[in-house]
Design a protein around this ligand. Structure first.
Ligand code: RB5
Length: 154
């Protein structure tokens, strides 16, 4: 599993904390920046990470960190093929994978402390997409948004 990680200045310290932990766990990390606490614009980082993630041929997920996780999730979800979930605790992170097949986890470094962030990331990484048809149907409909309207609402 390859993990793409990115943060703006507000998320830099948490990114470094999580990156060190995940490297120890044996994950391959692609760190798209930023590399200091110099002010940075979250859309630039989200754009860079998601562009690389959708091109990746190996199994891969992304982690984006800003102050709240909100800016990163809004920006990341602009790209077709990205399903970014802003989660602050493990239950939402696991369900984002299981029900929504989220491929990017967004975290708010001003919202969660390092230990809660680590637990949230672990839940995200250890959970897979549900094999149940209803979840797969719903996620497939996400690709229709912006195009033809889906006909079913159940
Ligand atoms: C930066 O101050 C802050 O606005 C940014 O990290 C993020 O929280 C935006 O959503």
């Amino acid at each position: 599993m390859i993990l793409y990680m990115g943060a703006d200045h507000a998320g830099y310290a948490l990114k470094e904390f999580l990156k060190n932990y995940l490297l120890q766990q044996g994950y391959e990390i692609v760190d798209v920046g930023v590399y200091s606490e110099e002010p940075a614009d979250y859309p630039d980082v989200a754009h860079k990470l998601t562009a690389q993630l959708v091109q990746e041929e190996q199994p891969a997920l992304g982690i984006l960190i800003c102050g709240t996780g909100i800016g990163m999730s809004i920006a990341a979800n602009k790209r077709l093929g990205i399903r970014a979930a802003n989660a602050s605790e493990p239950v939402s992170a696991a369900l984002a994978r299981e029900h929504n097949n989220a491929n990017v986890l967004c975290l708010g470094a001003r919202v969660v402390g390092p230990e809660l962030a680590r637990a949230t990331v672990e839940a995200f990484l250890r959970t897979g997409f549900s094999p149940e048809e209803r979840h797969r149907r719903r996620v497939s409909k996400l690709e229709l948004i912006g195009g033809e309207s889906p006909s079913r609402t159940d």
